[in-house]
Ligand binder design. Structure first.
Ligand SMILES: NC(=O)c1ccc[n+]([C@@H]2O[C@H](COP(=O)([O-])OP(=O)(O)OC[C@H]3O[C@@H](n4cnc5c(N)ncnc54)[C@H](OP(=O)(O)O)[C@@H]3O)[C@@H](O)[C@H]2O)c1
Length: 334
């Protein structure tokens, strides 16, 4: 298989991504409904593939979990609530999954728990074919974890950074030319609004702006995706980010009540929002490129507004800051 390159963004998507109103409408259900007219049914199965997914107990993660189980994946469900995880694992097993899911409890905004989680996952000698970094949340009030990190930064950026770094060797080992490994980062269209603020990563300055902190963390996730894609180009692991558009999930209802009230009639269902996560995890086509930012099974632009460009120097600085904040300084990159 040739080395995967960045996916090619269509002319139409380039134009749409740059237009505010049609671009935004494409985040809603009409965008999904229109684009799915061109899709072929997913034919691939995932039997024998071990998939680690974070945040499987609600919203998009829940929809993804059911869809991947239907495709035969062997799932490792990572969440913070043992009761919810056990109930979900039972449901999935009862739906006839070829293998009952295993569960792992971790409060993902704490790096100590992310490390313990990775230790437990790596203690099992089995393969890890796919990692889906889905857990995430938008917080309207600033709060700091017991480790001293602002929680939006911790959950939405530090946690997927650390978990991915710790699991990378196993992902690389488990991947083959005919069966590539996949890392899927669930980002957000909100990241279009911002670059990255290196001087205030902990969101301490001025009045706390939850959507702003969230968008910067999601921009950071995309920057990591692009870097891993480059670094892993010679391995058999592809790395993609996606955004689900706007989907009606418990997360959206709780964090953005006004947005929810105004848009509820045009929001996607969780299954519609999760469709591209499932497609990236399963479709052969998705493993033929790497480093893309996807919506509705198609790659999209990553920068459309002025001042959201992040230079190579700032990307390096972000990487170093994340290594420092997660205690990875001085360890190898993959
Ligand atoms: N819905 C949308 O329109 C939308 C748009 C853009 C991006 N996204 C992204 O999509 C992903 C899923 O969001 P969603 O809308 O499905 O939200 P959701 O319904 O709130 O689900 C979030 C999931 O993450 C888990 N989680 C949250 N905080 C956690 C923590 N500290 N430790 C461990 N697990 C934690 C939740 O666990 P519990 O069940 O225990 O709460 C839940 O399983 C997020 O990354 C979000 O940023 C969503």
């Amino acid at each position: 298989m040739p080395t995967p390159q960045s996916p090619k963004i269509s002319f139409l998507n380039r134009v749409m991504d740059r237009t505010v109103v049609p671009g935004m409408l494409s985040f809603a259900r009409p965008g999904y409904a229109l684009r799915r007219l061109c899709w072929k049914p997913l034919e691939e199965r995932l039997d024998g593939r071990r998939v680690v997914i974070t945040g499987p107990t609600s919203g998009l993660g829940l929809a993804t979990t059911h869809a991947l189980a239907d495709l035969g994946a062997s799932l490792v469900l990572v969440g913070r609530d043992r009761g919810k995880l056990e109930k979900l694992a039972e449901e999935v097993a009862g739906e006839g999954a070829s293998e009952a899911p295993t569960i792992e409890v971790a409060e993902l905004s704490l790096m100590s728990e992310v490390r313990d989680l990775a230790d437990r996952l790596l203690a099992d000698p089995g393969p890890i074919h796919t990692l889906i970094n889905n857990a995430g949340a938008l917080f309207n009030e600033r709060d700091v974890t017991s480790e001293g990190n602002e929680r939006s930064l911790a959950l939405n950026l530090l946690s997927p950074f650390l978990l991915t770094r710790l699991l990378l060797p196993r992902l690389v080992e488990s991947a083959t030319e005919t069966d590539p490994g996949r890392i899927i980062n669930v980002s957000s269209g909100g990241m279009y609004t911002t670059g990255i603020s290196l001087s205030d990563l902990q969101n301490e300055r001025g009045e706390y702006n939850g959507p702003g902190a969230y968008a910067r963390a999601k921009r950071g996730q995309l920057i990591l995706t692009e870097r891993w894609a480059r670094e892993l180009a010679d391995s058999h692991v592809v790395v993609h980010a996606m955004h689900p558009g706007w989907a009606d999930t418990p997360g959206v209802r709780t964090s953005l009540p006004t947005f929810f009230k105004v848009t509820k009639s045009i929001l996607r269902s969780p299954e519609e929002g999760a469709d591209t996560i499932v497609w990236l995890a399963a479709a052969a086509e998705a493993a033929q490129s790497t480093g893309g930012f996807w919506l509705d099974r198609a790659p999209h632009l990553t920068e459309v507004l002025p001042k959201t460009h992040v230079s190579q120097t700032r990307r390096e600085q972000l990487w170093e800051a994340l290594e420092e904040l997660t205690g990875l300084v001085g360890t190898s990159r993959d």
